[in-house]
Design a protein around this ligand. Sequence first.
Ligand code: AMP
Length: 287
Amino acid sequence: MQTIRAIKEMQALSTRLRSEGKSIGFVPTMGALHEGHLSLLRRSKDENVFTAVSIFVNPTQFGPQEDFNKYPRDLDGDLDKLSPLKVDAVFFPDAGEMYPEGFSTSIQIGHIGEILCGASRPGHFNGVATVVSKLFNIVMPHRAYFGQKDFQQTAVIRKLVRELNFDIDVNVCPTVRETDGLAMSSRNAYLTKEQRKAAAILFRSLMLGKDLVVSGRISDARRVKSGMMGLIEGEPLVGVEYVEVVDAENLAEIREIKTPAAICLAVRIGDTRLIDNIIIDNMEKLV
Ligand code: AMP
């Protein structure tokens, strides 16, 4: 496994691989790796000759009051998790390499980055779009892999790739969950034992939402949302930021549920903000 910190070195490697006709798969991450990240890497390994992962806690996607400083960083632990997977390259630049003195370019992704999570995280998705564009130009992958867990992010990336004509195949992979259904996340490490137990309500509420639509035949999004809110409000440690039913393609809010739809939610448990979602793609089929 090659470890690379310099942009020029990563670009030179990718240029050589491309000239040899080797396919490059890429998984961008912020590190503190868990099974969710590893599932993306396994998929990339299956589909490409060469797999690169980036580890970079991107400062421009954190707001001033957010958890950039305390975000978990564990490079040695990450390298230990990567080596059995036989990942080919780890790109872990420092902030000065990615954003040298005077750096000022920013991609404005527009409305899709201002709704849902973007409403409480202004600028977050512009930061994501900018860093992912840079990483695409540095790693030059044929295929990139993202988790459905960050559903709005996948919509932002698909739009970015389409509108800026990146010649990259974007793949969205299923959310990997703990046994009680909680989506794996580096931020789960912030939770106390009690909070961790309470966090199971996220997935239970999503399952309820899906059940109301699929089995209960409820297509009124407001009724589905209020059923889910009722369940979450029974858990005193969890505060709802939003529960929304949206068109799974463009994230537009929908009143009358037609497939494919996504139910997305964000909650706060203490100081920790967690998100999750479920896609309803077939009204006939139970979960
Ligand atoms: P992060 O390190 O949180 O920026 O995540 C890096 C990539 O891993 C993103 O594409 C995430 O959507 C994906 N990811 C994070 N958690 C999960 C999970 N539980 N299941 C699948 N993919 C995930």
